[in-house]
Design a protein around this ligand. Structure first.
Ligand SMILES: [Zn+2]
Ligand SMILES: [Zn+2]
Length: 363
């Protein structure tokens, strides 16, 4: 019996939000397309979330959980909860056998809050790919174009994904009689349900190539390294995702998407708040008293800033239009420079005399 709570590393008392958070963190960590990913763990994590992330399924699991185990040694493996008519989990089913059964696309729409994602994937569409890129704040300011090399499945160029040797014909799949689906009626204590799986023999196509394509061996796709130009717009924020439609893996029903999560490194001198930049500038005691013009570093380069005489320690000077690029609009935010007055620690004899004189002046 699998313990879904243990898989997600959460207590049984975990809230809906905690379950979601745990799932996102772990799914991210073990995603098979990532370095250090683990497909088996990733599937387990998703399996656990399919149940615990759904209030009705969770309630069933909490109540009857161990009863599921009586179905046999394979536990939940390869069993598609989403096909339980009793759960009313409206019509999408996994493809293929257990190993093929996870549509990464659905997982990503979770990740990216993508309720709005207008994916019209069929169950055999290619997997989405997620990659990360790390930018400096300067690169996020200017926007970048970067070419990456991505090893992934592409549609077989010889058969155009049709799997047959060009010119050869197809016959109906004998196992599914050309429907591409295998249906099984089952009765359990939860009620009867129809389990629909994609025909493994024809992989849902309903037809079989009489002569397999020589290049892909009838798989319809081949692995290749593709060079992809990634354009990150100026003003992008840490954690935002750039979507490249159709740049994921090739599948039966077309290509998945490529998602690029952008990480913007912390800057040593700038702090970013939206489109505004905060920085500090140290000035001397005499500059503070007398005023001065000083150089200040901004993302647009060095600028001359007027320090008014008598400025106080910690006072902010606003540099309009010298901040971060605003995503989408092309405008710039502001930079706020906090003035830090450096107090002299050790005075020369001459300086001491001068300060003594200032003291007599009443300063
Ligand atoms: Zn081919
Ligand atoms: Zn078939």
């Amino acid at each position: 019996m699998k313990d879904y709570y243990q898989i997600l590393r959460i207590p049984r008392s975990a809230s809906k939000e905690e379950i979601k958070q745990a799932y996102r963190k772990l799914a991210h960590q073990y995603h098979p397309d990532k370095k250090g990913g683990d497909e088996q763990k990733f599937k387990e994590i998703n399996e656990a979330y399919q149940v615990l992330g759904d209030e009705r399924k969770k309630a069933h699991y909490d109540q009857f959980g161990s009863a599921f185990d009586s179905r046999g040694s394979d536990g939940f493996q390869g069993f598609d909860f989403r096909n339980f008519s009793g759960f009313g989990a409206g019509g999408f089913s996994a493809s293929g056998g257990p190993a093929e059964g996870w549509d990464f696309g659905d997982i990503f729409s979770e990740f990216f809050g993508g309720g709005a994602k207008t994916s019209t994937k069929t169950r055999q569409s290619g997997a989405d790919i997620e990659i990360d890129i790390i930018l400096s704040l300067e690169e996020a300011f200017s926007g970048i174009e970067r070419e990456i090399a991505l090893r992934k499945y592409i549609q077989c160029p010889r058969c155009a994904g049709k799997k047959n040797e060009p010119g050869s014909s197809f016959s109906d799949c004998a196992r599914c009689k050309g429907t591409g689906e295998i249906r099984r009626e089952q009765r359990t204590f939860l009620g009867s349900f129809t389990q629909v799986t994609t025909c493994a023999h024809c992989e849902g196509a309903g037809k079989i190539a009489q002569t397999k394509c020589k290049q892909c061996g009838g798989a319809g796709r081949i692995q290749e390294t593709e060079k992809i130009l990634i354009k990150v717009p100026r003003g992008i924020e840490n954690g935002q995702i750039v979507e490249l439609k159709g740049k994921g893996e090739a599948g039966e029903g077309g290509y998945g998407n490529l998602y690029i999560e952008v990480h913007v490194r912390e800057h040593t001198q700038f702090r970013r708040k939206g489109a505004d930049i905060y920085s500090e500038r140290e000035i001397s005691l005499t500059q503070a008293v007398l005023g001065d013009t000083v150089g200040v570093l901004t993302l647009s380069g060095n600028v001359e800033v007027q320090i008014p005489a008598g400025i106080k320690h910690g006072e902010m000077i606003k540099l309009e239009g010298k901040g971060m690029a605003r995503l989408g609009t092309g405008g710039l935010g502001d930079q706020y420079v906090q003035v830090m007055i450096k107090m002299p620690k050790r005075l020369s004899r001459k300086a001491t005399e001068l300060f003594e004189e200032l003291k007599r002046e009443g300063l």
